[in-house]
Design a protein around this ligand. Sequence first.
Ligand SMILES: [Zn+2]
Length: 200
Amino acid sequence: MGRYRKCAICGEDILPTDVAVPYKKRYVHDRCFNLEVKILTKNKTETLVEKEKERKSKKSKAKTKTELKDGMTEEEYVIKRKYFNYLKSLTDLTDDESLSVKQVAVTEMYIDRYNFTYEGMYDTLVYLNEIIHKDLTGDIVGIIPFYYSEAMKFQDELNEIEQKSKSFSFRGKYKTKVVKTNKAHTRKNYQPMDVLSVGE
Ligand SMILES: [Zn+2]
């Protein structure tokens, strides 16, 4: 023994009765070669399939995000701007200063986590500042979740009143107020019962 070439794949002798094929500068059994090719092809295919899957999923994720961003209607964009502008007016900032990264990040977190909307958060800020005259300090956004549902309830009641007396819009009235800072508004204007009883 030992006078035969060894198969580079299985390590067994390549006998004169075997069919040998050259492989990586050595010789292998044709059956070993075929098996090797099969395995390599399978692995390669699997890798390609995996990569393709990965690529597609990344692409679709990126696409979804873009679509949401681009899919924002003009109305949604307007209310988003309105919310941030109002938030800015409540925060002690000059016209040149912009909202903090935290204020924007927290706002987006509320949308993701609590399903808040820009309109709802805008209404909450209006409610806090112009209806209950809450003393708002710091970055303001932190207080929103504590009053969101209360503000939504108030808003619903206002809408109901509006429906009852279409000629008189309270929502429009209190929203047209221009507010520079929350300090300008004091608690003495607080008359929620009068507001709610109108139109009854
Ligand atoms: Zn072999």
